[in-house]
Design a protein around this ligand. Structure first.
Ligand SMILES: [Ca+2]
Length: 215
């Protein structure tokens, strides 16, 4: 019996050691952007006001047609009130990942978005993930009220996400903190990055818990 207890204690201690190795102090967690406030907590006004204001968190947004700002829309349909986001001059909103310190291009292993709560058949967000060389990594047509979808990869390879808005608004955009490109060349991502893959997948469920009626 005593031997059994020692064995259990040993297993627990080993698990604690592994957890400590996998989750270093200060490990970063997925970033959520609701487009309702900027990183300094000031409100995002309606209009073409979604651009590089979140660069300090590792992402910039723009309209694919002119590389100018995307459009914040105050709407009762928004998943998180008051805003969701659409293009200013086209239907395609682009997000690029950047080093929060230098602003240089960076890569993430997980990125995606949810959409607003008012949905009709045929509506949705056509999402495409690209690597740093412009190669298409994955495509998904995200459809459904408040539906969330996230691209996940075992290493940071997503440089850019394109989102075609089809009768919907982008809201509650989420991604893992990007890493500078030079640090990923031939280097295996940190275990904490891999761990976040499994944690990040559950975020969308929380988004769907909020329900609003069409205004
Ligand atoms: Ca929002």
């Amino acid at each position: 019996m005593k031997e059994m207890k020692n064995r259990v204690v040993g297993v627990v201690q080993t698990a604690v050691v592994i957890w400590t190795l996998l989750v270093p102090a200060g490990a970063a967690y997925a970033v959520l952007i609701d487009f309702d406030t900027y990183p300094d907590n000031s409100p995002v006004p309606s209009g073409p006001n979604v651009f590089d204001q979140w660069a300090s968190l590792g992402v910039k947004f723009f309209d694919a047609a002119n590389n100018g700002p995307a459009f914040a829309v105050s709407s009762g349909c928004s998943l998180s009130a008051p805003n969701h986001v659409a293009g200013s001059v086209s239907a395609t909103v682009v997000s690029v990942f950047v080093d929060p310190i230098t602003g240089d291009p960076a890569l993430t292993d997980s990125a995606g978005t949810a959409q607003d709560l008012c949905w009709a058949p045929g509506e949705g967000i056509d999402m495409r993930a690209y690597d740093i060389n412009g190669n298409l990594l994955g495509q998904f047509f995200n459809a459904g009220p408040g539906s969330s979808f996230t691209f996940n990869y075992p290493e940071p390879i997503i440089a850019r996400l394109e989102m075609d808005v089809v009768g919907q608004g982008i809201d509650n955009f989420t991604f893992n903190p990007p890493v500078p490109i030079q640090s990923t060349n031939g280097v295996i991502p940190e275990p904490s990055t891999l761990l976040l893959l499994s944690l990040g997948g559950g975020l969308g469920l929380g988004f769907r818990s909020r329900r609003q009626k069409r205004s």
